[in-house]
Design a protein around this ligand. Structure first.
Ligand SMILES: *[C@@H]1O[C@H](CO)[C@@H](O)[C@H](O)[C@H]1NC(C)=O
Ligand SMILES: *[C@@H]1O[C@H](CO)[C@@H](O)[C@H](O)[C@H]1NC(C)=O
Ligand SMILES: *[C@@H]1O[C@H](CO)[C@@H](O)[C@H](O)[C@H]1NC(C)=O
Ligand SMILES: *[C@@H]1O[C@H](CO)[C@@H](O)[C@H](O)[C@H]1NC(C)=O
Ligand SMILES: *[C@@H]1O[C@H](CO)[C@@H](O)[C@H](O)[C@H]1NC(C)=O
Length: 666
């Protein structure tokens, strides 16, 4: 089928008879094992026309860390001197020399320049070619591959070659060893959002009679006496000494990322009325809808599960009159699947950075159709437009309470995405993610029945994107019912019953990304003090079948910081619940950064950008958390101790201290 359709474009492909000059070809990619579920069929007919795409390698990605430290490390003379989008684009785009070299080779080999489309971001070269032309160019043979359980056909080869002098300029070629994909996704049952909720018995006022106000709490103002039972915006403001927000710079709205879940206007209004009366009824986010996403749903919709409601409630309560920008991604057919599956953030990053749609790195060009949604989506109700590229300007701070096990995603997929977070950091954006809620494990059923890795399901399962060294990973903390906002917090660890038992904040060490320099001293100190007796390994992409260790001693360590993520009261579908999870902690910490940005902007400074290097150098601006552990995989997990730890990171915000630190920076 695929080939016959392609035949129709035959007429527009100009055929050149030029004889290629003798050039030494070298092997570029080779398939190490047969593609699962695909059966190699006939050789592709020689006059079939193939869509050829040559992904050009991004330049300088290996220098990304150093570039970012120049603008984000407090000791750097260039601190806060962020790059423009164009500067980022130019620094990483394939060099003109690389583009010319590939073009020259194609021209000499008979592909007339008029046939070649060069993408705006210089990321790839594309042209249609007869199969025999493409086979000659890449010294290969193309075969059809038929899917075992569907009608799909893909085209690919077992190996292909490139001229030796172009090796470093080309990331990869399609069709190639990756079969040219069909528009069909492979589903795995996975859950990405992380949220615990328990229905509250009653609203705060009537609950006062059922709970014991501790002696300590009696000395506090009435609205702070029950914070151990009901975490409210008023409690949070007291906990972290947050001011009443007054500023609303129009360039400083707070970005929240949501997918697969929608807020309901009536739930927000109920929340403001009950818990944040200073926010006027009818205060809703600025929509930044991506690839056919809707704005909100009626409260009773199955797509309103609470995640968006609480993120928006919490942040609005802390930063109003400042606004929220809601980055809601993907059509309603993909979105619910996404919460249940493995694709995250790519269509979002496409919408913020047009070049991300098409650039190549690590063998990945653009979105991965095996993992990401494919647009237009031809199903009834699907998004019929083109993939949206570069349509929104990113806000200064963006928080996402979504994530999944690192092990569910190919390393190169995550590396390409992680570099995009680095590029946002270079431009002065702060990108925050919830660390996760299953301690050192992933959720039950992810990897193993207990969410752990390896044949015995004992190995800890680090979470993506917290494993990326260019984001700020936020863990959850809590106070116990007999405590007040004056007491030190503990690691969030609660038993909500059912699958949420041992609901505890996630932390650990990446198996893909090395420990960035900015956290090395803090992590070293932790290992010295904690005297862990779990066996470990010091290896990337370790073989879980054979390793005897439980975690990667040299991996990127997370979380970086923490914030309260327990007993939060909010409405979903008109009912008042208690919410738990790092899902709360991330928008909370993001709100703190947003408030600090307001102050910096007011005195003519820029936003705080990527905060990790500043915070690891100045841990005194955070409340060190020293109690509790993040259980999982049949262990108690990692314990919070003095200093940084992989349960609570550097700790929770001490707003006045953070504000002073960041206002003093240039
Ligand atoms: C979502 O948007 C689509 C397209 O605009 C529309 O057909 C659909 O009714 C919307 N769904 C809801 C729940 O608002
Ligand atoms: C991952 O990226 C590296 C560097 O570009 C490349 O050598 C390797 O083949 C890629 N791996 C896969 C599985 O594509
Ligand atoms: C680990 O073992 C499983 C089950 O035997 C196997 O499917 C998988 O390919 C192995 N992985 C590696 C990296 O050896
Ligand atoms: C420390 O955490 C434990 C749970 O791990 C909790 O029971 C205890 O109350 C906490 N102690 C303090 C002082 O916060
Ligand atoms: C919760 O954690 C404890 C301590 O690690 C463990 O004994 C228990 O089995 C866990 N419960 C569940 C349901 O995972």
């Amino acid at each position: 089928m695929l080939l016959r359709q392609v035949y129709l474009t035959l007429a527009i492909a100009a055929l050149s008879e030029a004889v290629p000059a003798p050039i030494k070809h070298v092997l570029h990619e080779k398939r190490d094992k047969a593609a699962l579920d695909w059966v190699k069929g006939n050789r592709v007919e020689s006059d079939a026309v193939l869509p050829v795409r040559i992904g050009l390698s991004q330049n300088n990605l290996d220098r990304g860390y150093d570039y970012l430290m120049e603008v984000a490390h407090p000791d750097s003379e260039k601190y806060g001197k962020y790059w423009t989008a164009e500067e980022v684009h130019d620094a990483f785009a394939p060099s003109a020399e690389a583009v010319d070299a590939v073009r020259d080779w194609l021209h000499a080999a008979g592909i007339d320049p008029s046939r070649i489309v060069h993408s705006d971001n210089k990321g790839w070269l594309a042209f249609d070619a007869y199969a025999h032309e493409a086979e000659g160019l890449f010294k290969t043979k193309f075969f059809e591959h038929n899917h075992m359980s569907s009608e799909s056909t893909k085209i690919g080869c077992d190996e292909y070659h490139l001229p030796q002098h172009l090796r470093d300029h080309v990331d990869y070629v399609t069709p190639g060893v990756k079969l040219t994909p069909v528009l069909k996704k492979h589903k795995k049952a996975k859950r990405a959002s992380q949220l615990g909720k328990v229905k509250a018995n009653a609203v705060v006022a009537s609950e006062v009679h059922d709970v014991l106000i501790s002696e300590k709490a009696k000395g506090l103002s009435p609205d702070l006496q029950l914070c151990g039972y009901n975490m409210t915006p008023t409690c949070i403001k007291a906990l972290y000494k947050l001011p009443d927000a007054t500023k609303a710079n129009k360039h400083n709205s707070l970005g929240l990322y949501e997918q697969g879940d929608y807020f309901a206007k009536s739930d927000l209004d109920l929340f403001y009325k009950e818990y944040a009366p200073w926010v006027p009824q009818g205060t809703y986010p600025i929509p930044a809808l991506i690839d056919g996403a809707n704005f909100s749903v009626p409260a009773g919709s199955a797509l309103n599960t609470g995640e968006s409601d609480i993120d928006i409630d919490l942040a609005t309560a802390l930063i109003y009159p400042q606004a929220i920008t809601l980055y809601q991604v993907d059509d309603q057919l993909y979105e619910p699947e996404e919460v249940a599956t493995t694709n995250l953030f790519n269509t979002f990053l496409d919408a913020l950075d047009g070049s991300y749609c098409t650039y190549s790195a690590y063998g990945e060009t653009g979105d991965d159709p095996k993992i990401d949604p494919v647009y237009p989506d031809h199903r009834p109700g699907g998004y019929k437009g083109k993939l949206q590229c570069g349509i929104y300007k990113p806000t200064n701070v963006i928080s996402a309470s979504y994530g999944q096990a690192e092990a569910d995603l190919p390393p190169n997929y995550t590396k390409r995405q992680c570099n995009e977070f680095m590029k946002l950091g270079l431009q002065g954006h702060s990108i925050l993610f919830a660390s996760g809620d299953y301690g050192v494990a992933s959720f039950a059923g992810d990897g193993g029945p207990n969410g752990c890795l390896g044949p015995d399901h004992k190995i800890f399962s680090p979470q993506y994107p917290s494993n990326c060294p260019y984001v700020t990973s936020v863990g959850g903390t809590m106070i116990y019912p007999d405590q007040t906002v004056k007491d030190p917090e503990s690691v969030m660890h609660v038993n909500l019953g059912g699958t949420a038992s041992n609901f505890s904040t996630a932390g650990g060490f990446s198996n893909y990304f090395p420990q960035p320099e900015y956290q090395k001293r803090a992590v070293e100190k932790y290992f010295k003090k904690a005297k862990l007796d779990y066996p470990y390994y010091s290896e990337f992409e370790v073989n879980f079948n054979t390793t005897k260790g439980l975690y990667n001693r040299i991996g990127r360590a997370y979380p970086d910081v923490a914030a309260n993520g327990a007993q939060f009261r909010a409405y979903t579908d008109g009912f008042d619940y208690h919410y738990y999870g790092s899902s709360l902690a991330s928008p909370l910490f993001a709100s703190v950064l947003n408030l600090i940005n307001e102050e910096r902007l007011a005195i003519g400074k820029g936003p705080v950008g990527f905060v990790n290097p500043v915070l690891y150098e100045n841990p005194h601006v955070l409340h060190d958390i020293k109690n509790g552990t993040n259980a999982g995989c049949g262990t108690y997990g990692f314990a919070a101790i003095e200093g940084w730890d992989p349960a609570s990171g550097l700790g929770t915000p001490d707003y006045p201290k953070m504000k002073k630190l960041f206002l003093d920076l240039p």
